[in-house]
Design a protein around this ligand. Structure first.
Ligand SMILES: Nc1nc2c(c(=O)[nH]1)N[C@H]1C(S)=C(S)[C@@H](COP(=O)(O)O)O[C@H]1N2
Ligand SMILES: [Mo]
Length: 350
């Protein structure tokens, strides 16, 4: 109903300023942000133990046991049925599974890279309830089984680029966000899609304490424009490496937006709301000068505290001894997405 509507993908700058501008002022007044943001980075950088571990499947980059399926009390991942999408199968080398499930950002479980795997193994994903509401023709609620059965699941190998300048290549399992939104029916006045992570402090230690959770005001929120959300690259992922997601990767369902910095790919989603107002995403609220709404991977727009021109790829072997490699505009997906930003100054709207 709206996918091919040209006007919709050509957002006006005024669409992006109203609510976010208000929030930015409010945050400056409250004085939150920068001190809080530097804490997790300092912690990550100080993890020198990384250097000691290479490709041993039994230990993660911290030296912890990462054969999670075999460890007692570990979360159980189930094999999934899927087809390989032949357009996205040629990415090499892949980041080893042992690292994809051990080196994570998921502040709901703590700010350290090893915290999500360490503190999420008892996380309950069934029952689960994902609601699609707001400016839709027909609100939908999916339970855990629906998530895995309503849509055909495909495998796609995607690059993932964190705003902290490290990257991975990951074989995701999932379905397109567009297929879900089409099912709900998008009303013509919808301009944005807002996503929300579960709020469950009892299960998520980072939600109990601002210190553990990196000063985030939970629940974690993310958003895309409708045109971005309908782009066929955007996945709702329910698994990786042939199996359902581990909690540390955002079980049971998370977003994957491969041309944007990793923080857009929100985990453990319970709510998807279509709206006509620009939502303020979590990192934008914390530090609007460091994290924008779009967060497109862009080697020409540096983070105020570090360069985005290159990245440390997490592959086989020692993560800190990898040669840095150049970062590609839109993380290499420009052909598919550059048209979305034709009229937008990406230096200003980063
Ligand atoms: N709810 C939630 N989603 C989140 C995050 C988070 O802290 N909370 N971290 C983001 C960041 S910064 C990155 S890089 C990716 C990491 O995904 P991965 O751990 O599965 O590789 O998840 C993103 N999604
Ligand atoms: Mo990230």
């Amino acid at each position: 109903m709206l996918i091919k509507n040209k006007k919709k993908s050509q957002l006006k700058e005024s669409d992006l300023t109203s609510e976010s501008f208000y929030k930015k002022r409010r945050n400056l007044i409250k004085g939150i942000g920068f001190a809080a943001l530097s804490l997790p980075l300092a912690k990550a950088a100080s993890c020198k133990v990384f250097d000691l571990f290479g490709n041993d499947k039994k230990v993660d980059v911290f030296g912890n046991n990462v054969e999670l399926e075999e460890a007692s009390g570990a979360f159980k991942r189930s094999p999934l049925q899927f087809t390989k999408n032949t357009n996205f199968q040629s990415l090499t080398p892949l980041t080893p599974e042992s690292k994809v499930i051990a080196y994570n950002n998921f502040y709901e479980f703590g700010v350290g890279k090893g915290d999500p795997a360490e503190f999420s193994q008892q996380f309950k994903v069934d029952p689960w309830s994902l609601t699609i509401d707001g400016l839709v023709d027909k609100p939908i609620t999916l339970n855990y089984e629906d998530l895995l059965k309503t849509f055909d699941i495909e495998e796609r190998l995607y690059r993932m680029r964190c705003v902290e300048a490290w990257s991975m290549n990951i074989p995701w399992l999932g379905f397109t966000l567009a297929s879900l939104l089409k099912k709900a029916g998008i009303k013509s006045n919808a301009k944005f899609v807002r996503f929300e992570t579960v709020y469950d402090p009892e299960q998520m230690r980072g939600q109990q304490s601002r210190f553990i959770g990196g000063s985030i005001d939970f629940p974690y929120v993310e958003a895309l424009t409708i045109a971005e959300a309908m782009n066929p690259l955007v996945l709702l992922s329910v698994g990786l490496y042939g199996k359902t997601l581990a909690p540390q990767n955002g079980a049971p369902i998370r977003l994957v937006v491969p041309w944007k910095y990793g923080f857009k790919s929100i985990k453990s989603i319970v709510k998807i709301t279509l709206t006509d107002k620009a939502p303020v995403n979590t990192w934008q609220a914390l530090g609007p000068d460091e994290y924008g709404f779009f967060a497109n991977v862009n080697p020409r727009v540096d983070h105020p505290r570090w360069s985005q021109a290159s990245e440390r790829f997490i592959g086989n072997g020692n993560v800190f001894q990898q040669k840095r490699r150049p970062t590609a505009m839109f993380n290499g997906y420009g052909e598919e997405v550059a048209h979305l930003y034709k009229n937008i100054d990406l230096t200003r709207y980063f």
